[in-house]
Structure formats: structure tokens, C-alpha cells
Design a protein around this ligand. Sequence first.
Ligand SMILES: [Zn+2]
Length: 215
Amino acid sequence: MSKKTILFLDVDSAVQETLTALLQKDYECMSLQSGKESLMFFEDNAGSVDLIIVDLDISRKTEFALLNWVGNNSNHKNIPVLTIIDLEKSEDIGVAFKMGADDIIGKPLNLDIVGKRVQNLLCVGSNRKVHNVMEDLLQAEIDEYIGDLGMCDCPICRRDLLSLTLNHLEPKYVTSERGAAITKAEKVASREAKLKILTQIAYCAQVVKKRPNHN
Ligand SMILES: [Zn+2]
């Protein structure tokens, strides 16, 4: 099995040395600074990165812009982000989570904790790569036919219909390479499959209609 890749973004050199010493035995380690060029490089190669470690002591100069950028970009928003933070600046913690950090480690770094967090987040990342295409198919059909189902079309009922119908259909899992969009072909159901989906939707719509989760 090939080694997973960890990207250090804006991590200061002393910290980076410590982390590399700890992690390089088990992982590929690479590092980038938040210059435009290096970020563009990352953008193109996001598919090969399994975990991002961002040091906010450096990045906060740009008011968390880097973290924000990582979290919002479709190429890499599924890559887990571990954020290094100065715990004395406790106001940073909430902001970091809001901006999409999956976890935070405080300075000074405790290497046992770092090792464990890295393992945990890599697990989170592998799970995110598994996607149930059936959910997309269903969502599209529900959006198209909600008006014909004779039921309330509010967001709550739509969501209930989606989750109830999902339970009745066989899931169709694909491994999406981080961020890479599921191709359209994978989302197109066969006629037969589509009919099955529509039948299930109609059936579940009756159930939701009878017992809406609101007044
Ligand atoms: Zn409703």
C-alpha cells in the first residue's frame, strides 16, 4: 500500500522539522507556503493529498484566509484539515472550526497527540471519499417530481422523503477521489433503475404526507 500524503501549509520551519521527524516514517510529507504559486500547485495536485496541516500562527496574518480557502475550494474541501494553534489565543479556536478545521492541536506540540490526531483524521478522510450516488439520483428525482406527489414541498418534508426513500433503495457507493466531482455518467440511472426509484419515492411520499414532522 502506498503511503498517505500529508501537506504542511504555512508551517514554520522549526515545527515542520519536528513534525517531519515524527511522521516521515509512515507518511509522505510535503510542504507549501501560502504564496500564490504554491497554492496553485496544490490546487492541481489536491487529489494526491490525504491530510493538510495548517499553522495558524503564520496564516492568521491573513485572517485565516488560507484556512478559508482550503475549506471552500471544491478541489480539496474533502481533505481533512488539522490546525496548529496557540491555545492562549482561545478566540482563534472557534474561528478555526468555523472555517473548516477538522481538528486543532495546541502549541507546544505533544507528539503523541499529534500522531494520534493524524491517524484519526486520515480515517475521517477515507470515509469522506465514499459517496452514495443513490442519494444524488434521488435528490434529482425528488426535486423534479415533488410538485406531482401531492405532498408538502417544504425543506423538512423533502429531507424526510429523501432519507426515508434512501432506506428503501440499495445504496450505490463510489469512491470519489477527494474533491474530484462524481462524473455525470455515474449519476445517470438506467430506465429500469429510474422506475424503481420513482416507485419508491411515490410510496414514501404517502408516508411522509401522512405524518409530516411539523404542523
Ligand atoms: Zn412540510
